[in-house]
Design a protein around this ligand. Structure first.
Ligand SMILES: Nc1nc2c(ncn2[C@@H]2O[C@H](COP(=O)(O)OP(=O)(O)OP(=O)(O)O)[C@@H](O)[C@H]2O)c(=O)[nH]1
Ligand SMILES: [Mg+2]
Length: 301
């Protein structure tokens, strides 16, 4: 008997979805930072075992879109409701069940009505319990139980890897009997270049303030790999000239830091020496431009 299925991770921004994905996978596959809206794509991470294949999907936090890029991000999150065999709805110890009733009612429907008659199990994960206490947690769990009575509730700390193994065990029980969806040696649906752009974006999120990280997109121009090293040429696109100056910084110091830190992370990720070049260019208002978004790999309906 072989089990396989899609286990989709959804929830509001910054609750710890990507941190959880990385813990479930045992790899840093999805970038996670202290800033909301870190994840912009649906990223699959695949666990392969002789008798099972679990296809996790990390998704962008659910938001009310203000510009076209955010419409695409929301489409990735809502799309993950359509093909889940098991849904992981992640919340945290500060968020209340009434924050996003729209999306929650869709989650409720998945459990009660299902897709094509198939009801979808939902595990409601209350994350960051390292920042709470027993009494508050019990109160919150009761509120969630009233909001989503059909969901199984698990308190976890993704960061401390507390409760994650229990969730993984439950996922394996819930997986349907099914042949594998992907080759059993495949661990993600994304190409190497995608991880390059994400790792550079992670450094931008970490080192720049306010709107700057949200106005940046990263693109790989060339990726040349030998047995021992990889030569990567990339471009950071910003929306305006003033942002280009900020990214580069006085005498190029800011960009140098991004480049150095990205290179270190890339070397860990690929286990090879990395030569990294980063150009900075203006792509005016790319976040609102459907054609540009498509070339950057975002989907719009
Ligand atoms: N204290 C605590 N912090 C956590 C925990 N899990 C995640 N975090 C922190 O929460 C922040 C957001 O984590 P992410 O994994 O990027 O959250 P996300 O839900 O993927 O965010 P978006 O991609 O923006 O939607 C980071 O600073 C994490 O370190 C946890 O269990 N405890
Ligand atoms: Mg994320």
């Amino acid at each position: 008997m072989h089990k396989a299925g899609f286990v989709n991770i959804v929830g509001n921004p910054n609750v710890g979805k990507s941190t959880l994905m990385n813990q479930l996978m045992g790899e840093r596959i999805s970038i996670a930072t202290f800033k909301a809206q870190t994840t912009r794509h649906r990223i699959m991470g695949i666990i392969n075992e002789p008798e099972a294949q679990i296809v996790f999907s990390d998704t962008p936090g659910v938001l009310k879109p203000n510009y076209k890029l955010q419409e695409s991000m929301l489409a990735f999150s809502e799309g993950a409701l359509q093909d889940a065999d098991v849904l992981l709805y992640v919340t945290d110890v500060v968020e209340k069940p009434d924050k996003n009733e729209d999306f929650l009612s869709k989650v409720q429907r998945l459990m009660a009505v299902g897709i094509d008659g198939k009801k979808i199990p939902v595990l409601l994960l209350i994350n960051k319990i390292d920042e709470s206490n027993q009494a508050d947690l019990e109160r919150l769990a009761n509120e969630w139980h009233s909001a989503l009575p059909l969901a199984e509730i698990y308190p976890i700390s993704a960061k401390a890897k507390f409760g994650v193994d229990v969730v993984l065990k439950r996922i394996k029980e819930l997986l349907p009997e099914c042949p594998p969806y992907f080759d059993k040696d495949q661990w993600t649906d994304k190409p190497a270049r995608f991880f390059v752009t994400e790792i550079i974006r992670e450094k931008i999120l970490l080192y720049y303030d306010k709107e700057i990280p949200y106005a940046c997109e990263v693109s790989v121009n060339s990726f040349k790999e030998t047995d021992t090293n990889i030569h990567i040429n990339t471009t950071i696109y910003v929306e305006r000239d003033s942002q280009k100056g900020i990214i580069i910084g006085h005498q190029g110091v800011a960009l140098k830091k991004v480049s150095t830190e990205a290179r270190k992370t890339l070397e860990k990720f690929f286990q090879k020496s990395i030569y990294l070049e980063i150009l900075v260019k203006v792509d005016k208002d790319w976040r609102q431009n459907e054609q540009r978004l498509e070339t950057y790999g975002y989907k719009l309906d």
